[in-house]
Design a protein around this ligand. Structure first.
Ligand SMILES: [Mg+2]
Length: 274
């Protein structure tokens, strides 16, 4: 290894899935495969950070023959490959759905809030709404920490609903397809945790890629934030990320464009280490 190569920092890549690494409608990753293979081929960590469930992400990792930590349900839990020093292999930032969903449903019945969510639907309804096949829809239903919903009431009612959720210690976050009821965690909590575990953080550059408002905290916590073009990406406002790339193409094509740009910058020593 040359001295220059030895000094090159490593990338720690956190990526949203739906609408970012995966095409919003078809869930195809194909257009991002060249850059994805290069990231993995160089030994950089690719950490999926998605609203998807652990079961869904594990199935996707298996398809890609990828073994890496991941973050499920909008930052609710970080699944590690091996136990942390305290013996845990899952670091939980969220609150168990089974402990709060009955209270949310009771509130809906009482106040007449108009929404439906995964708990109300059979897998075929979830397939219809998401385009997932039935087996994948069943994996999507194995939710542990969050409840995706479609809000059907007024904006004013939504504000009231959010304030009621806050009283339960819960939050409503906007994703690509659904709003998510969940604990007061974001996709950035696991990033901070993982960064603290790095023995030499000065040699790590964190990259985050996302397309929706629920990715904002993750994007803002990265050294390089990639905002993938989507119907909602114009509303993402960042305040802390030192470098921001907005892609001109949506989904995995935008992922490919941004990541090949970042890899080229890395190779020409144009990336600042923070
Ligand atoms: Mg997304």
């Amino acid at each position: 290894m040359t001295q220059e190569a030895a000094l090159q920092p490593a990338l720690l890549v956190f990526t949203d899935l739906d609408g970012s690494l995966m095409e919003h409608e078809t869930y195809s990753i194909e257009p991002a495969m060249p850059a994805l293979q290069e990231v993995l081929g160089r030994g950089f960590a690719l950490i999926m950070n998605s609203s998807k469930t652990a079961a869904e992400i594990l199935a996707l990792q298996k398809t890609l023959k990828l073994s890496a930590p991941f973050v499920c349900e909008n930052g609710a839990a970080l699944q590690l490959l091996s136990p942390a020093p305290d013996g845990q292999s899952r670091i939980v930032f969220g609150q168990l759905r089974s402990e709060w969903l009955p209270a949310v449903h009771a509130m809906r019945a009482e106040a007449g809030f108009e929404f439906e969510g995964f708990a109300d639907w059979q897998p075929d309804k979830i397939s219809e709404l998401t385009g997932l096949d039935k087996a994948d829809a069943e994996l999507a239903q194995t939710r542990e920490y969050s409840e995706p919903i479609l809000w059907r009431g007024s904006a004013k009612q939504k504000e009231l609903f959010e304030s009621k959720l806050a009283q339960l210690g819960l939050n409503l976050l906007e994703g690509g397809r659904f709003h998510s009821i969940q604990g007061q965690h974001t996709k950035s909590d696991a990033m901070h945790w993982l960064k603290q575990q790095q023995s030499d953080a000065s040699m790590i550059i964190t990259v985050a890629l996302g397309d929706s408002p629920n990715d904002s905290a993750m994007l803002d916590a990265a050294d390089i934030a990639v905002i993938i073009k989507s119907g909602k990406s114009a509303r993402i406002e960042l305040h802390a990320a030192p470098q921001i790339i907005r892609t001109s193409r949506p989904g995995p094509a935008g992922w490919q464009d941004a990541m090949s740009q970042i890899l080229a910058q890395l190779d020409s020593n144009e990336l600042a280490i923070n």
